[in-house]
Design a protein around this ligand. Structure first.
Ligand code: TMP
Ligand code: ASP
Length: 237
């Protein structure tokens, strides 16, 4: 597999073309961003940790029957993935209240959400990822109604698989964000990444934050804590 030109440089990953027109390479950099790119720092080993973490989680999801973009790990910081036509929306499921939900609705952090809450956000840093609903997505043609339904159902399916996985490691999956794309056969496929950069994880007993809130809130030991999360779910880094 040969790496070709850069297709896209995001805040934490760079995407490259390859000599196979159906495959891309995701390069996980050490860059760590918060507040829509307002705070950016390089954290030693983060690219490697997130690359391997993402591969581990995506493999677990594939085993549970979720179609994902991931093909294989090709280096410490790179993965080979299927090329998708990405849908510019973020799908968020919340099991416990935290983050923007707490700020928006004035509810107490840590309150259990039953049933879990589903939210869509538009992927647009300049607009600070505004919250949108199904009608915006259909009306502006970002996805069809069938694709919207599929994104929701897969996002909830992921919740069942990952809540159980993190619970085995003594953690609560507070919330997470997924992104989807369409493959060459027209199927909705899980893309982007699942790492502690895009979810919230708390220790079940102490409620210690074990995700990117450590970076957002300046709590320290960011990568060390990601490695602890990995180890608790059976991935040694
Ligand atoms: P929020 O509380 O900031 O809305 O975020 C909810 C979850 O989604 C949290 O785990 C972080 C994740 N998320 C991202 O990773 N990137 C984003 O751009 C957004 C809006 C949320
Ligand atoms: N992922 C977004 C950013 O890097 C939002 C966040 O995680 O705070 O700026």
């Amino acid at each position: 597999m040969e790496k070709r030109d850069e297709l896209y440089r995001g805040k934490a990953k760079t995407v490259y073309f390859t000599d196979d027109s159906d495959k891309l390479i995701l390069h996980f950099r050490n860059d760590t961003s918060a507040f829509d790119g307002e705070k950016i720092e390089q954290l030693d080993r983060k690219g490697e940790v997130n690359n391997k973490f993402n591969h581990f989680i995506m493999t677990k999801l594939e085993e549970a029957g979720v179609a994902t973009q991931v093909e294989s790990l090709i280096s410490d910081t790179e993965s080979l993935v299927k090329k998708l036509d990405m849908i510019p929306v973020e799908c968020v499921v919340r099991n416990l209240a935290a983050g923007s939900l707490v700020r928006r609705l004035g509810v107490e952090e840590g309150q259990e959400l039953s049933p879990p809450v589903f939210e869509f956000f538009l992927k647009n840093d300049a607009l600070h990822d505004p919250m949108i609903n199904d009608y915006h997505i259909a009306s502006f043609g970002w996805a069809s109604e069938a694709q919207i339904a599929k994104m929701k159902s897969i996002t909830f399916e992921v919740n069942n698989v990952l809540k159980a996985l993190f619970a085995e490691g003594g953690m609560l999956l507070v919330d997470y964000k997924l992104e989807f794309g369409v493959d060459s056969d027209g199927n909705i496929v899980l893309g982007d990444e699942f790492t502690p950069d895009g979810c919230r994880l708390w220790d079940k007993e102490t409620r210690k934050k074990m995700d990117k809130d450590r970076f957002r809130q300046g709590l320290g030991s960011v990568v060390e804590t990601y490695i602890e999360v990995a180890e608790r779910i059976g991935l040694s880094l």
